[in-house]
Design a protein around this ligand. Sequence first.
Ligand code: PMP
Length: 351
Amino acid sequence: MSKYWSKLVASVEPYVPGEQPKDRNYVKLNTNENPYPPSTQVLEAIKATANESLKLYPDPNGEELKRTLANYCGLKKEQIFFGNGSDEVLAFAFMAFFDPEVPVLFPDITYSFYPVYANLFKIDYELIPLKDDFTLPVEQFFKPNGGIIFPNPNAPTGEYITVEAIEEILHHNQDHVVIVDEAYVDFGGESAQSLIDQYPNLLVVQTFSKSRSLAGLRVGFALGQEELIQGLERIKNSINSYTLDRLALAGAVEAIKDEAYFQATRNKIIRTRERVSDELGKMGFKVIPSKTNFIFISHPTVKAEELFLKLKEEAILVRYFKQPRIDNYLRVSIGSDIEMDRFLEAVRKIT
Ligand code: PMP
């Protein structure tokens, strides 16, 4: 392959998303989706929008959605950026804010899209190893860097650090942007949003994919001071004016408005997570304490890869990472109580 474009394309290492099987009979616990459907209010709004206005372009600035979220979280709408899933928000943030001259820091065990973006945008990075108990070594993020990103809670471990610890990281890195990826924060974590007023270098990223049951609609957002948000808008408006379509804009507004449904479903998932963690503990599993909608587990005798394959034979799909330090763990998304009972029953049979 000597052609210039062939080499260019071959150097890109894409992210590989979790399996989405066609067979609907799987108990699907592999991609941290919400087991409950979106609120009926959301579905009604999407249907009405589909009937009325799909021939027209959407609002490129998503003004109504920004106003609704601003009201909800007590920020100004100029402090909010929306993207096509938080993956897109993260990609724009890598492009906009990370210094290609100095390595960006992120944990060695973390969301595997970060190194993909870094490679794509030719940004150098340094991996910060997690401690033996998989917690984040906060002081390791005080060294000079070209930016920092980590999920809180982390994925796929489910561990989290306190807002006080995040503040220390921000304090030590005032010249570079610190991105806190809060994809799972609604399942028991605490948002770093309260630090935005004080720290112009903080960008908090969240998603409607998990706690709002809208993985298929693709809505994510960033919160930060106006200068950072304007930076993201500049990148977005240089690539695509309409990253959120009309259905996404309409559905997301209603997802924010239906607070009762949001609270009921996320509390249900937290209760199920605690019950399943207890049961697995009793069965001898090591269960990393989780503040997310998944658990990270390891069995003392049955190898994770074997358990993964045997669960698949039982039509139960979980996530296995063939990666140093975590290749004897499985990440299991929290499904409905019925789904988790099927999972526990299969695990009992196998182990
Ligand atoms: N951040 C983390 C840590 C995630 O696990 C995910 C989901 N795979 C995302 C971001 C992206 O979520 P989405 O693009 O669906 O908003």
